[in-house]
Write a protein that binds this ligand. Structure first.
Ligand code: FES
Length: 116
């Protein structure tokens, strides 16, 4: 899973020809200035990764959610991550990590849509 213009999208089924001129961010591209994205750090802090198989998709979907709201409810987190099955069963830790990351992020800027 990757962010395409900020939207979580499956990369495995995407034809490269559809991506011309679009922004594509992988899980490896989330950090800034040598630091992990706050969600990546929170996943580590909460020890949310066991085998790690699910974490790339969870991280991308969680980052997209946090771009919309830095204080998501538990229901919003569950809905945003619903398509990601963690066979190791760390769902509660993932939810805590999303909340933990949101607590250190600035709220997203509200766009008015009028170009102002
Ligand atoms: S950490 Fe193993 S599948 Fe999620």
């Amino acid at each position: 899973m990757v962010l395409i213009d900020g939207t979580p999208s499956y990369s495995c089924t995407r034809e490269i020809g559809t991506l011309a001129g679009r922004s594509v961010v992988t899980v490896e591209g989330l950090g800034r200035d040598g630091a992990l994205h706050p969600l990546q750090q929170a996943l580590l802090d909460e020890q949310a990764g066991q085998c790690g198989y699910c974490l790339s998709g969870i991280t991308i979907a969680g980052v997209a959610l946090l771009a919309r709201t830095t204080r998501p409810s538990r229901d919003e987190i569950v809905a945003a991550l619903d398509r990601h099955l963690c066979r190791c069963g760390v769902h509660n830790r993932v939810v805590r990590a999303v909340q933990r990351a949101g607590a250190v992020l600035e709220p997203p800027t509200v766009r008015t849509g009028d170009g102002a």
